[in-house]
Design a protein. Structure first.
Length: 182
């Protein structure tokens, strides 16, 4: 145990000895209105489509990677055999990682989220993976717009299994860069 604490102290001193380098940190907010298409057999009804939306806040970890916090709303179609004519709503929150490929005119991206989703009284674990293409709006490149597609799975949604949805929509992103000491 004594060796471990000495190693931790040495690592902390080594990090303090590294000169701080200034770098720009990108922060932003993304709004994603979309359509949700059910993929689960128990939720699929012919031509059943519902709405979805997400709000993502992110901070740059590197020029190609961001940490993201996500809030999502998903409309779930009425299950076959349900007595309710209304669709269900799922609300979730969580976080994940966004990977970007900085190109000159467009910005392709991939992301993944782990979420806690409420579909009623019980909460469920969910995960999402998506990808899209963003195009800059204006010379400052502070706003980006583009299409995306995302797969969302709510684990243990009902006794029939997981809820699986394909989400297709537009992503509008606002970004700003700030100088930070590293």
């Amino acid at each position: 145990m004594k060796d471990c604490s000495a190693a931790v102290r040495f690592a902390a001193l080594a990090l303090l000895a590294i000169p701080a380098a200034a770098r720009a940190v990108e922060m932003g907010l993304k709004v994603e209105p979309a359509l949700a298409l059910p993929l689960s057999a128990r939720q699929s009804q012919p031509f059943s489509v519902d709405g979805s939306g997400a709000l993502k806040g992110f901070i740059g970890l590197a020029p190609w990677a961001d940490a993201a916090a996500t809030v999502v709303m998903l409309g779930l179609p009425t299950m076959a055999g349900s007595l309710s004519p209304e669709s269900a709503r799922a609300w979730g929150a969580g976080g994940g990682l966004v990977l970007r490929l900085p190109l000159s005119g467009t910005r392709p991206w991939l992301d993944g989220d782990a979420l806690f989703v409420r579909t009623g009284l019980p909460g469920h674990f969910a995960f999402a993976a998506g990808g899209g293409l963003s195009f800059p709006l204006g010379e400052k490149r502070s706003f980006w717009l583009g299409p995306f597609v995302r797969y969302l799975q709510i684990v243990g949604y009902d006794s029939g299994g997981d809820s699986k949805s394909l989400i297709v929509g537009l992503s509008l992103e606002a970004t700003a860069s700030f100088s930070a000491a590293r």
